[in-house]
Ligand binder design. Structure first.
Ligand code: CTP
Length: 412
């Protein structure tokens, strides 16, 4: 496929090198057209080297090739990233001052804009109107991601991750209407791993959670276009790229981080294995074995139920309306009831919207790469089964979450 990759003059231009890589590695022939302003951020040599094609931003280079007509005509897809407020305005008003804007006017195939700018620019009535015009004319304009921007500010306006733009571009050329990723513009907080409750400076009570499921969920949410905050307790796997990571150790630290992060999130997923109890006392010094005293007895106290508190916080705040809260449960059946009956009771007790239930045998879930779950909904729909690798299960969970979220709180 022939792709024209227009690069706008924003700091996020450097991220477009990864996007270009994704296109070329997938076998596509990419011509990069950087705007004049963008070459202040990334020079043309970078684009030439990575694309293997000559790069120009002037209609007066290689005039005999009539590039300002040819490139747009021949392209199967035009992607503009970062699409600055200025570029969106030029495209909406049909200006043709340089090679990129000429190409946009000549494009026959689908056109995808991946915006990046400060939140106020994105939300300004002028930009809103320009985006509306472009969408009405059939161009695809992605929602920017939310998060830290160039300065101290944060909010919607970040360039979506290269993988997200790539997926959207592929969906667009396949004529799929879901190129706008289901969680685009949404913020998802995910807790992962197992908490560690200290006994003394060198010892802790922990659990066997590997964090694999939580990390797979973070990747699936990120690839669905969400801005992801990963609250990482102890994990055996690295945190993925393209998500904000906050490290936590204990249940109390996780509680504080989760309640704070949830306040600005559309979705909260509690996949961490939270210790239900912690040692009542933490020794400042290492507990020694001594012959002259009795062996120590550890007294435990209950940790707060974070999931339940998240539900209470959501229900008590007006801004939380429409937030989706998802819990996890590892259950075993016994003579008193089966797994689903126990899970159903837990769902009602905790008050979350969805509960993802793992049926645990002796060694079935922790640290394994595959998984089988049942998703229960408090709204009462049929239990949904999902199985496969942790990646596949996570994608199924994220699809279900997107569906529920877009149902209870449609995108503005
Ligand atoms: N959870 C939590 N805070 C805790 C304990 C658990 O937020 N103190 C969350 C987990 O992250 C998970 C869900 O609650 O999403 C279910 O955890 P689980 O340990 O299975 O439930 P419990 O309420 O501890 O039930 P029980 O131990 O009785 O099975």
């Amino acid at each position: 496929m022939r792709i024209v990759l227009g690069v706008g003059g924003g700091i996020a231009a450097y991220k477009v090198a990864s996007l270009l890589r994704l296109f070329t590695e997938a076998g596509h022939d990419v011509t990069v057209i950087p705007t004049e302003a963008s070459t202040r951020f990334v020079g043309t040599a970078t684009w030439e080297a990575l694309s293997g094609n000559p790069v120009s931003n002037s209609v007066f280079d290689d005039v005999h090739l009539v590039n300002h007509v040819r490139l747009g005509h021949e392209a199967d897809l035009v992607v503009v990233a970062p699409a600055t407020a200025d570029l969106l305005a030029k495209a909406a008003t049909g200006q043709a001052g340089d090679l990129l804007t000429n190409t946009l006017l000549m494009a026959h195939g689908p056109v995808l804009f991946a915006p990046a700018m400060h939140t106020e620019m994105w939300q300004h009535a002028a930009t809103r109107a320009n985006v509306e015009i472009l969408r009405t004319r059939g161009a695809a304009v992605l929602e920017p991601a939310s998060g830290r921007l160039t300065g101290a500010d944060s909010g919607p306006g970040r360039l979506p991750e290269p993988q997200v733009i790539f997926e959207a571009a592929m969906a667009l050329v396949q004529g799929r209407s879901d190129y706008q990723l289901p969680l685009a513009g949404r913020t998802v907080t995910i807790s992962a791993g197992g908490t560690r409750e200290p006994l003394d400076p060198v010892r802790f009570l922990g659990n066997r959670s590997s964090g694999k499921q939580g990390v797979a969920l973070a990747v699936a949410a990120r690839n669905a276009g969400a801005t992801v905050r990963l609250l990482a307790a102890h994990m055996e796997v690295p945190a993925p790229a393209g998500v904000e990571v906050q490290r936590v150790e204990t249940a109390l630290e996780l509680r504080e981080a989760a309640l704070a992060a949830a306040a600005g999130s559309d979705v909260v997923i509690m996949s961490a294995a939270v210790a239900d109890f912690r040692p009542a006392e933490v020794s400042d010094t290492k507990i020694k074995k001594r012959d002259d005293t009795a062996d120590p007895v550890i007294t435990l106290v209950r940790n707060p139920d974070i999931l339940q508190e998240l539900v209470e916080q959501r229900n008590g705040s007006r801004s939380g309306a429409g937030q989706l809260i998802v819990g996890f449960a590892a259950e075993t059946g016994d003579s008193q009831g089966d797994v689903l009956a126990y899970a159903e009771a837990k769902l009602q007790r905790k008050g979350c919207d969805l509960l993802v239930v793992n049926h645990v045998g002796t060694d079935k879930v922790f640290g394994q790469d595959s998984n089988a779950v049942v998703i229960l909904s408090r709204a009462g729909s049929e239990p949904q089964e999902a199985s496969g690798t942790k990646t596949e299960v996570s994608e199924a969970i994220i699809r279900r979450i997107s569906f529920e979220l877009n149902r209870v709180s449609p995108r503005a």
